[in-house]
Design a protein around this ligand. Structure first.
Ligand code: MF3
Ligand code: CO
Length: 259
């Protein structure tokens, strides 16, 4: 099976993931105590459609919204609601697009107002896990090298790694091979080859690794009710260094201007 994309396909994936990155920055502009996750969802859908694309998650396996908004102990796949975010909350905002036959997919965990130092540290370490995973996303290494880098950094910081959900290949489908777990052994798993496009998305829990699915059929929540953080970027495997298709730079610019 050929997992690598052509440069033409990568160009279309770049358009999608650039749009996802900018959509998350639009969401960043609205982040404050009092905003509802449904308001974030409405803005994201409007921005994606204004740019000629479709929301990638809407209708995917029946998913009802544009964003997944996962608050505090929700890990991923939280459904936007008309409930206000409050001071001290964290929210993982996961966004997908569909444009020219390809998908975009990335996620960022935002802080609302003043968040405790413990939770800030969880978010910082989770973002570092993603960066360390991307460092291993190079031709000739294996998926397990990415997985192990993420797991090692999470666990040496006292956190645990969600097992039930994984990163993935990205292309004409949102979830393609290979699966990219956030735990595993170095040197294991499928070989990474130039031109493969993957989403790396550590989901890191402050407490235990266990999760439950809520009765809404979507929300994945920590079993112990402790917070969880989630970051996701799409990258192309290249010879010496992964090429990023999505970026947090637009988000970081918005957040820096606001603080
Ligand atoms: N970014 C999510 C993932 O990779 C995709 C969510 S699809 C949805 O798992 F339908 F659940 F929104
Ligand atoms: Co994903």
């Amino acid at each position: 099976m050929i997992l690598a994309k052509t440069e033409e396909e990568i160009e279309l994936l770049r358009l999608n993931n650039e749009l996802v990155s900018k959509t998350l920055a639009e969401v960043a502009k609205l982040i404050r105590p009092g905003v509802t996750t449904l308001e974030l969802d409405k803005r994201a859908e409007e921005y994606i459609r204004d740019n000629g694309a479709k929301p990638g998650f809407l209708g995917y396996n029946g998913y009802p919204n544009t964003l997944c908004t996962s608050v505090n102990s929700a890990v991923v796949h939280g459904i936007p609601k008309s409930v206000a975010l409050k001071d001290g909350d964290i929210v993982s905002v996961d966004c997908g697009t569909f444009l020219h036959g390809f998908y975009g997919d990335s996620a960022y965990t935002f802080t609302i107002g003043e968040v405790s130092p413990e939770v800030q540290r969880l978010i910082k370490v989770t973002r570092e896990c993603l960066e360390l995973g991307i460092d291993k996303a190079v031709d000739g290494l294996r998926v397990g090298d990415i997985s192990n880098a993420v797991q090692h950094h999470a666990e040496t910081n006292g956190y645990s790694v969600v097992r039930e959900l994984v990163g993935h290949g990205l292309g004409r489908n949102m979830h393609e091979k290979p699966e990219v777990p956030n735990y595993g052994a170095r040197g294991n798993g499928p070989k990474l080859v130039s031109g493969m496009v993957i989403c790396i998305e550590p989901m890191i829990n402050m407490g235990g690794k266990g999760v439950i699915q809520e009765r809404d059929g979507w929300t994945i929540r920590t079993a112990d009710g402790k917070p969880s953080a989630h970051f996701e970027l799409a990258v192309v495997i290249r010879k010496n260094k992964a090429e990023r298709l999505s970026t947090f730079k637009y988000i970081d610019e918005v957040l820096k201007a606001a603080n």
